[in-house]
Each structure stands twice: as structure tokens, then as C-alpha cells.
Design a binder for this molecule. Structure first.
Ligand SMILES: [Zn+2]
Length: 70
């Protein structure tokens, strides 16, 4: 029996953990759901890292700026 479980393509940004679904979109955030086995994109996706950094920066505000540009 072939299972067709997919995972939220944006879970690293949108959720604390992978969100699995059998449909085409994440049931929680509506992002495209991707096949959980061979990812259609590079798992080291630099854009994903950028999003994670942006999220941290948003959460921490100006904490890591040291006021250098003020
Ligand atoms: Zn999601």
C-alpha cells in the first residue's frame, strides 16, 4: 500500500514541528504541502535559512545590532 503523506512546505517557518497532511495544502496554515520523502527543493534551501533568520530577527527586535548604525 502506497502512502501519500505530505508535509507542510513551510512548516519550519510556520510551525514548531512538521505538519503532515494527505491533501495538497497544509490544514493549519494553507501553505503548499510537499511530498515528505524526496523534497522537491533542497532541504538546505538558503531561502529557508533566510526566513528562519528573519523570524529570529523579528522576535528579538534590534537586540543584535549593537547600535552601530545609529
Ligand atoms: Zn503549515
Amino acid at each position: 500500500m502506497k502512502s501519500d503523506i505530505r508535509v507542510c512546505g513551510d512548516w519550519e517557518t510556520a510551525h514548531e514541528r512538521p505538519v503532515y497532511t494527505l491533501g495538497d495544502a497544509c490544514p493549519e496554515c494553507g501553505a503548499d504541502a510537499v511530498n515528505s520523502a524526496p523534497a522537491p527543493f533542497n532541504p538546505e534551501d538558503p531561502h529557508g535559512e533566510y526566513r528562519r533568520r528573519a523570524r529570529v530577527r523579528n522576535r528579538d527586535g534590534d537586540a543584535d545590532r549593537d547600535g552601530d548604525d545609529e
